[in-house]
Design a protein around this ligand. Structure first.
Ligand SMILES: NC(=O)c1ccc[n+]([C@@H]2O[C@H](COP(=O)([O-])OP(=O)(O)OC[C@H]3O[C@@H](n4cnc5c(N)ncnc54)[C@H](OP(=O)(O)O)[C@@H]3O)[C@@H](O)[C@H]2O)c1
Length: 251
């Protein structure tokens, strides 16, 4: 299937490692012009080198702490200068943070900022142009709503999912879809800290993942590419799982 993504302009946040890196590579393979952002520009440039070496257009690298007040404006201005528009926004930057009772207020504020407020703030800057041009894809990488304990990111990502649903209600008619993708356990920098060896991954998978193993970043990237495509115009307001069957409920 031709996903008709050639020359679509895509921004992937949190693309220096992990799911964001894998997603940027899939979108570049599909012919998108890709902008990648995160704080570590050495890693971003490495990702750009790899994409270019694979024969695809070199991504635009934007070094930016997405929690900064001016992050959205800086990112938008870099994309406007390079491409003049954005078709696909993948809100991926984020981090899981356990927050048991008594966790400092500032931790909650930072986690909400990274995983929720920044998502909405950055998206809000691009959505009006998408509505005007009658094409937009907002794709949010969220997380399980079946927490093992209190995790501040789960609360932030619940907000993203509620916002994404509302956005889909208001702007699907304008050609702007909004969807969420929930990764189960995908190999990434943050998961490497919790599961340093293959044996650690397999032990967790034996208990929790029917597919029996962790996924790879391009398992998410492949779904992102489809949802980003014009072919996915009727998919909006959805929450999709890439988790090898980890979710326990049927709805
Ligand atoms: N992997 C999984 O199994 C899994 C499961 C559920 C949900 N998720 C979600 O999927 C997304 C990606 O996760 P991942 O596992 O790939 O994580 P990761 O390996 O830790 O990568 C996180 C990315 O976010 C960027 N980032 C973090 N804080 C940032 C900030 N303040 N400003 C700009 N960029 C920032 C990091 O880049 P820099 O450090 O270079 O800034 C990095 O590129 C996250 O939203 C996560 O919550 C992942």
């Amino acid at each position: 299937m031709d996903l008709q993504l050639k020359d679509k302009v895509a921004l992937v946040t949190g693309a220096s490692v992990g799911i964001g890196e894998g997603t940027a590579k899939v979108l570049a393979e599909e012919g998108c012009k890709v902008a990648i952002t995160a704080r570590r520009d050495d890693l971003l440039n490495g990702v750009a080198d790899e994409i270019e070496a694979a024969g695809h257009e070199r991504p635009l690298v934007i070094k930016q702490d997405i929690m900064a007040d001016d992050a959205g404006a800086n990112i938008k201005s870099a994309i406007d200068d390079a491409y003049g528009r954005l078709d696909i926004l993948v809100n991926n930057a984020g981090a899981a943070v356990p927050a048991p009772v008594g966790t400092e207020e500032q931790v909650w504020i930072d986690v909400m900022n990274l995983n929720w407020w920044a998502v909405r703030r950055v998206s809000d800057l691009f959505i009006p142009d998408m509505i005007e041009r009658k094409y937009g894809r907002i794709i949010n990488i969220t997380g399980t709503m079946e927490p093992f304990g209190i995790n501040a990111a789960t609360c932030a990502k619940a907000a993203v999912q509620a916002w994404s649903k509302g956005l889909s209600r208001e702007h699907s008619k304008d050609g702007v879809t909004s969807n969420c993708i929930i990764p189960g356990r995908i190999r990434s920098e943050q998961n490497k800290r919790g599961f340093p060896t293959v044996e650690d991954e397999l032990a967790f998978a034996a208990q929790h993942i029917p597919a029996g193993e962790f996924g790879d970043p391009d398992d998410i990237g492949n779904l992102v590419a489809f949802v980003a495509s014009p072919k996915a115009r009727m998919i909006s307001g959805s929450v999709m799982y890439v988790d090898g069957g980890m979710k326990r409920f049927s709805h």
